[in-house]
Design a protein around this ligand. Structure first.
Ligand code: GLC
Length: 544
């Protein structure tokens, strides 16, 4: 495994195809119905054969799992549900042997309320140094019965929870931008900064190739934690994208650069388009997850705009773009694109969906994303064409967003259902045969036609489409990082070149369209009809 992309000689992270593993739902090795590291290790060859370059693994650290592991109680060890530290080390080694890089998830904005430092903060009481490491404040109102400010949790409700002394006397409040079990760290404290640098070293020493940074813009809060409602209109948010956050990433970058090889960061950045490039300066993060592309409607104008904007924003800082269609937080792409409104502004309760249409579009979108310049993400199961499971009974849903929103948010369980590997009925090879346990979320019976085994060797399957596309993407010098230019095309058609010899065409019109002059058809997301490109279909051509 070289640190540079074989064709371009540029660092791997500029062009990589990165597969996201959501560990509890990828593969269950020990038969308890929850995915684990043993399961991932057994299925690494699948990822090599799929043709991805790197794997991002959502959190696997010790956690009470109030937010499926995004509530970390020990950043230097593995939760027993997933295995042991030795298992993780073996996984990193085995992945490297197969030519796969490993990106781990780093969650620096908050920890778990079971983290020892937070337990100490609770025990030591108001005014203690331990409380300084978090955001503790007295409440407002006569007896402190109201939250210290008006900030809202991303999962709904106030971003503050009141503590109580062992005798039940109500005490200070603490800040949590997510669930109450996820207290926010106070990044003004040098001890917090030093601790995270030590945690990064811990994993870099174990050979990881990069970090995905959870809610990367949130770490620093405005001094005095002012109410949002009292700020002048247009004022920057008091809890996101504070200028001081860049100092943290500059020092993280220096740390990563001090290690041999190319270690890379990808930021989960929900910030304005103007703010984004600041995180991608040469001495900060390498890449950012492209949410605007994931959110864009499957429409010519919207896609062209988001592609142009993405490239325009990245160009001045020289950072490669990323292209993302799914994650463990978003409604699955097949379902989104099968709805009347294909944009993704927020999760909502089920609306009618045409899965055939959504599948056709998701396949076309995959080829589009793989042809665009930069690196690309595949969320586990999207390569199988899995759809959002929208009928999980309320009682089985586990996402804290469901409860905290009072049920208005259906939560993210529907895109987190365990993968189907083989066989005609659940658990579809997710757990070992005869495990006798149910997967942690129920799988739809119709997934029998979407298992890895069922799709393997079927030339029309979404899995084989991904395998072919990723194989060509690796072999084709024009793909990955590099030049891009729009080509003249009919209204409603996206057409672009990636350098001499490679053209990508996406038909977003309701009618079949003609292909431009070419010498070879490299790959299409669906069959052509009489030499024409049907609606909702992408084709890769060797151009003359
Ligand atoms: C990120 C994660 C999401 C998690 C949240 C809080 O958005 O992707 O799954 O709930 O951060 O850590």
């Amino acid at each position: 495994m070289s640190d540079d992309d074989q064709q371009s000689g540029r660092p791997w992270w500029r062009s990589a195809a990165i597969y996201q593993i959501y560990p509890r739902s990828y593969a269950d090795g020990n038969g308890d119905g929850v995915g684990d590291i043993t399961g991932i290790r057994a299925r690494l060859p699948y990822l090599r054969d799929l043709g991805v370059d790197a794997v991002w693994i959502s959190p696997w650290y010790v956690s009470p799992m109030a937010d499926a592991g995004y509530d970390v109680a020990d950043y230097r060890d593995i939760d027993p549900l997933f295995g042991t530290l030795a298992d993780a080390e073996a996984l990193i080694t085995e992945a490297h042997e197969l030519g796969l890089r490993i990106i781990v998830d780093m969650v620096p904005n908050h920890c778990s309320d079971q983290h020892p430092w937070f337990r100490t903060a609770l025990a030591d009481g108001p005014g203690s140094p331990a409380r300084q490491l978090f955001h503790f404040r007295p409440g407002v109102g006569e007896s402190g019965e109201l939250p210290p400010n008006d900030w809202q949790s991303a999962f709904g409700g106030p971003a503050w929870t009141r503590t109580s002394a062992p005798d039940g006397t109500p005490g200070e409040w603490y800040l949590h931008m997510f669930a109450p079990q996820q207290p926010d760290w106070n990044w003004d404290q040098p001890r917090v900064r030093a601790e995270f640098e030590s945690i990064l070293r811990f994993w870099l020493d174990r050979g990881v190739d990069g970090f995905r940074i959870d809610v990367a813009s949130l770490l620093v809060k405005q001094d005095g934690l002012p109410d949002e409602g009292t700020l002048p209109p247009g004022a920057p948010a008091p809890h996101s994208d504070r200028p001081e956050v860049h100092d943290i990433y500059r020092s993280w970058r220096r740390l990563a650069d001090s290690y041999p090889g190319e270690r890379a960061f990808v930021g989960e950045l929900w910030v304005s388009p103007e703010a984004l490039p600041r995180y991608l300066r040469e001495d900060e993060l390498h890449t950012a997850f492209n949410f605007p592309f994931l959110q864009a409607a499957w429409e010519h104008g919207a896609l062209r705009k988001v592609i142009d904007e993405t490239l325009t924003l990245h160009a001045p800082v020289g950072a490669p773009a990323t292209w993302v269609l799914g994650s463990h937080d978003a409604t699955r792409v097949v379902t989104r694109y099968g709805r009347a409104d294909t944009s993704f502004t927020e999760r909502h309760q089920p609306v009618p969906v045409d899965l055939d249409l959504g599948t056709r579009r998701a396949r076309a979108a995959a080829l589009l994303s793989f042809a665009l310049p930069g690196s690309v993400y595949v969320y586990q199961g999207d390569e199988l064409g899995l759809w959002e499971v929208e009928d999980i009974p309320l009682a089985l849903r586990q996402d804290p967003a469901v409860q905290q929103s009072g049920g208005t948010d259906p939560g993210r369980d529907g895109c987190r259902v365990p993968l189907p590997w083989e066989g005609d009925e659940a658990p579809f090879g997710f757990s070992p045969p005869d495990a006798g346990t149910e997967p942690w979320l129920p799988q739809p019976p119709a997934w029998k036609d979407h298992t890895v085994a069922a799709e393997t060797g079927d030339p029309g399957s979404t899995l084989e489409l991904h395998r072919n596309a990723l194989r060509i993407r690796r072999a084709e010098p024009a793909l990955g990082d590099g030049p891009f230019a729009w080509l003249p095309s009919a209204d409603g058609v996206l057409a672009f070149t990636r350098g001499p010899g490679f053209t990508c065409l996406v038909n977003l019109t309701p009618d079949p369209v003609e292909l431009p002059a070419h010498t070879e058809q490299l790959l299409a997301s669906g069959p052509l009809t009489d030499g024409l490109l049907p609606p909702d279909t992408t084709v890769w051509l060797r151009a003359v």
